[in-house]
Design a protein around this ligand. Structure first.
Ligand code: HEC
Ligand code: HEC
Length: 195
């Protein structure tokens, strides 16, 4: 084959390639970059207004987005945002974010409450939120998450606005009965203390 034919073949190949890229829609990184304004570059939020979403398991991410999209999970903004994406696009993003490390930023916390929270976490939560809440499984990542967001999640669970798994509810009810809302706040401080 002479040089010219090879060059033409390569050119045709690259055209097919870019046409495919176009037909497939935006890439995972293009989609995910639209979240950076609130969730930070690569999903690690630099401020308390939005949670960090990197490093989460694909399962947890997918469930969360689909619940927001279907109006099954309380939200201030994410219901409207999730509604703008197809399930295929959400799946692409879930893979992309899963591969990015969950960035932890130092936040102000109450050390005394955090110490108490560590004990309570071990007793009531560790069996599903392993490794002090660091485990990235279908249950989300709690360690190092922003404190105001953790409080918001806990309030939504307690009020019944967000569905709580039956066994988690059992643990939570026991915790509240024995330690009241102070127990929940202590656990939240413990998660926030992990940097
Ligand atoms: C305008 C700010 C904003 C933008 C843009 C935004 N989010 Fe959010 N996100 C939030 C807030 C605030 C929450 C907490 C829930 C709420 O208040 O709606 C949240 C919660 C989440 C959660 C749940 C986290 C958890 O721990 O359960 C996921 C997942 C998420 N967002 C994914 C995304 C993705 C993916 C995008 C981009 C397609 C995106 N968000 C764009 C503000 C934003
Ligand atoms: C039997 C297992 C189980 C136990 C025990 C449990 N959880 Fe959970 N937790 C889950 C599951 C599953 C989810 C994901 C729920 C969903 O899909 O929205 C979750 C989600 C959460 C979230 C939401 C994370 C986010 O990013 O919004 C918080 C906060 C939380 N749990 C705190 C706790 C605390 C505190 C305890 C102990 C008092 C506890 N959990 C005990 C299973 C459990």
């Amino acid at each position: 084959m002479n040089q010219k034919i090879i060059r033409n073949l390569l050119l045709a190949g690259s055209l097919v390639f870019s046409a495919n890229a176009f037909a497939d829609g935006p890439s995972a990184s293009m989609l995910s970059n639209t979240c950076a304004g609130c969730h930070g570059t690569n999903g690690s939020s630099v401020g308390p207004a939005s949670p960090t979403i990197s490093g989460m398991s694909k399962d947890y991410f997918l469930d969360s987005m689909v619940q927001y999209k279907n109006g099954e999970r309380p939200a201030t903004i994410m219901d409207r945002i999730a509604a703008g994406y197809s399930e295929e696009e959400i799946e692409l993003m879930s893979e992309w974010f899963q591969e990015r490390p969950f960035g932890r930023i130092a936040q102000v916390y109450d050390a005394k409450k955090a110490t108490k929270g560590k004990t309570l976490h071990k007793q009531y939560c560790e069996r599903c939120h392993e490794d002090g809440g660091r485990m990235a499984d279908g249950n989300g990542i709690l360690a190092g998450q922003w404190i105001p967001y953790l409080r918001y999640s806990m309030q939504n669970f307690q009020s019944g606005a967000r569905h709580m798994p039956k066994k988690m509810k059992r643990g939570m009810d026991k915790l509240v009965k024995k330690h009241g809302d102070d127990g929940i706040e202590a656990i939240v401080q413990y998660y926030g203390s992990q940097q």
